[in-house]
Design a binder for this molecule. Structure first.
Ligand code: ATP
Length: 271
C-alpha cells in the first residue's frame, strides 16, 4: 500500500547544536505522508562530507524517495551537491541550465559569477535543476533506477517553493494515486492508557488504518485526548469511508466501555 518509502535528510550544523529547529523535516514529512509515501527516517547530519556521503549511500539503498535540505548555497560549508555526487560515485559537472539560472539571479543585481556561485550549478550528470523562485541556489532532481532523489536548499521559504512547484507534481505522478483521509476525535475524561486497547481493537479493522492518540491534558487529573484517525487508499471515497467507519466503531466501543465518563466530540484535522 502506498507509493513507497521516503527518507528525509536534513543537512546543517545549526540543527545539531540546537540553534535551528528542524521545521523543514516536519513540513516535508507531512507533505510526503499526504502524498502517500511512508516516511521511515528523518536524519540530521552536520555539514561534513563524510557524514553526508554516508547518509546518502544508506538512503539510496533503502528508500524510493530521498529528500535532503540544506547545504546548497555558495559558501564553502555548503557541500550537499558535491557530497551527493560522491555518494553516487560520479564526478560533479556544471549543469548549463542551472548555471544559467544562477547567473541570471546574480547578474540581474549586478553581481559577477564567481567560482563559489558557479558551484551551485554543480550536480551529477543527468540531474535536473529545479528553479528557485525565492533564492539563488537551484534545487536538484535526480532520478535513477526507479528512485527519486531531491536536494533542496535549507531556507524554508525556498525549500517550500521548490517542493510545491516542481517536486510535488513529480511525486504525485509516480505509482498509483493515493488519497489520504483524516479525522480527529476529542475524548475527555478517560486516561490514554485505558483508551489504548480500544484503539488497538479498531485498528484491526483494516491495515490501511492508522490511529494514534495524543494526550493534551493531564493523564490522571484531567485526561484529554486527541485521537487522530488516518487512512490511505487508491480512491478518495474508500479512504474517507475507512476513517468514517473507524470513527463510528471508536465511539461505539468508548461508550460501551466508559459510558458517560467519556465525553466525545470532534475537531478539525490539522493540515
Ligand atoms: P542558501 O541557498 O540560501 O544558502 P542553503 O541550502 O545553503 O541555502 P543552509 O545554509 O543549510 O541552506 O541553511 C540556510 C538557513 O536555512 C539556515 O541558517 C537556517 O536558518 C535555515 N534552515 C536550514 N535547514 C533548516 C531546517 N532543516 N529547518 C528549518 N530551517 C532550516
Amino acid at each position: 500500500m502506498g507509493k513507497g518509502v521516503a527518507w528525509i535528510l536534513s543537512v546543517g550544523n545549526e540543527l545539531l547544536i540546537g540553534r535551528v529547529v528542524n521545521t523543514n523535516a516536519a513540513w516535508l514529512a507531512s507533505k510526503l505522508t499526504h502524498l502517500g509515501y511512508s516516511v521511515r527516517r528523518v536524519v540530521a547530519v552536520p555539514d561534513e562530507e563524510g557524514d553526508i556521503v554516508e547518509v546518502f549511500r544508506e538512503a539510496l539503498g533503502r528508500a524510493d524517495v530521498v529528500i535532503s535540505t540544506g547545504g546548497l548555497g555558495p559558501t564553502p560549508d555548503d557541500i550537499t551537491n558535491l557530497a551527493f555526487c560522491k555518494a553516487l560515485g560520479v564526478e560533479p559537472v556544471v549543469n548549463q541550465e542551472a548555471l544559467r539560472m544562477v547567473k541570471e539571479k546574480y547578474e540581474a543585481r549586478g553581481y559577477p559569477l564567481t567560482p563559489e556561485r558557479e558551484k551551485m550549478a554543480m550536480m551529477p550528470p543527468g540531474a535536473k535543476p529545479l528553479p528557485n523562485p525565492v533564492g539563488t541556489a537551484p534545487g536538484i532532481l535526480y532520478e535513477h533506477g526507479g528512485r527519486v532523489v531531491v536536494l533542496l536548499p535549507g531556507v524554508p521559504r525556498e525549500m517550500e517553493a521548490i517542493f510545491e512547484g516542481y517536486v510535488e507534481p513529480v511525486l504525485r505522478s509516480r505509482g498509483p494515486p493515493v488519497y489520504f483521509a483524516e479525522q480527529v476525535l476529542v475524548v475527555r475524561g478517560v486516561p490514554e492508557a485505558d483508551v489504548a486497547p480500544v484503539i488497538r481493537e479498531v485498528m484491526k479493522m483494516d491495515p490501511a488504518l492508522y490511529i494514534k492518540s495524543h494526550p493534551k491534558g493531564f493523564e490522571v487529573e484531567a485526561p484529554l485526548l486527541h485521537i487522530h484517525i488516518y487512512a490511505s487508499a487508491e480512491d478518495r471515497q474508500r479512504a474517507e469511508a475507512l476513517v468514517e467507519a473507524a470513527v463510528g466503531r471508536l465511539k461505539q466501543l468508548l461508550i460501551a466501555k466508559f459510558g458517560n465518563r467519556a465525553e466525545i466530540s470532534t475537531t478539525q484535522a490539522p493540515r
